[in-house]
Design a protein around this ligand. Sequence first.
Ligand code: F6R
Length: 352
Amino acid sequence: MTDVLDKPSFPGEVDRSGMMDHILGFPEQVEEAIEIGRDAQLPPWKGLKGVAILGMGGSAIGGDLVRGNLSASFKPPIGVVRDYTLPFWVERDFLVIASSYSGNTEETLSSYQEALFRGTKIIIITTGGRLGELASKDGFPWIRIPSGFPPRAALAYSFFPILLCLQRFFGLGDLQLNGLADHLRSLREEYRPQIPTQGNLAKVVAGKIAGRLPIIYSAPGPFEAVGIRWRGQLAENAKTLSFTSLFPELNHNEIVGWELGGGVKEKAISIFLQDSGYHPRIIFRMELTAGMMEKDGVEVLRLESSGKSLLERVFSLIHLGDWVSWYLALLEGVDPTPVERIDWLKGELAKL
Ligand code: F6R
């Protein structure tokens, strides 16, 4: 079935809106986004006590990834707010980062207004839209990111500016950004369309997922957001439903549900996003659980991160997931870029 992915003309026939170029460009986007974050003009704010990152969908995942990557080293409270309202814990001496690619997402605009009301410090990351106008009107720093991407394909432009803002205000030490783009370039060489299925993990995984229900497993901390990214990319690019869950919690409930499997067991495929940095007991639990599922007849794909630093390992699985979602879209015959249901909903909501 995946042989079709090796046909040179194939991508263009289905990927009519050019998602491939965005995924191919990811290593260079990472480099540019790091520059944007480093060059950002920010006031010398002092004494910030915590961080809230506002955003939805493709503009929220950068915040999730920052939070996850800092989970073992960052002391102040930090949370991602995907809502119209700000949680009570966001106080006046917090830094709020409002991230919306279009600048027009109503939940983000609404929680931004609450942050304004509470008197927090605010940084805006957007291409423009209403949020861009508010940055100028309300006098907050605006980190302007390049336009022309579907928001989810602009992940680098939300993640790195947020990370570098936190570096500036909270002093995060060495972020180990140096080898990251090169590592991604070497992975791109493995996953790009010219590499035949036989030696191309992204094509193989897409082929296994096609027509099935992927259940994606990872662990709390940096890789939780990687699972969320996979789920989002499979949904938006490949128009495919999937679910995510976390070790070790699932060992205390969900594994029992597999006994009957609710009619989905035959269709399901388990994807284990694995990392050498997981707690050793989690690694052991994953092996035991994989064995249990395989005994039930469920196929388990074990996908291991690669790279030296934590960021390299995290982004190795993100880049793989982006390619998998793209190949899956091609196999399913759907153009990866349009997200008609999201657009329709936004249109309906805008009428009220
Ligand atoms: C579309 C996408 C969506 C948007 C979300 C919020 O590519 O990924 O999840 O990111 O609807 O819109 P923005 O990012 O403009 O705030």
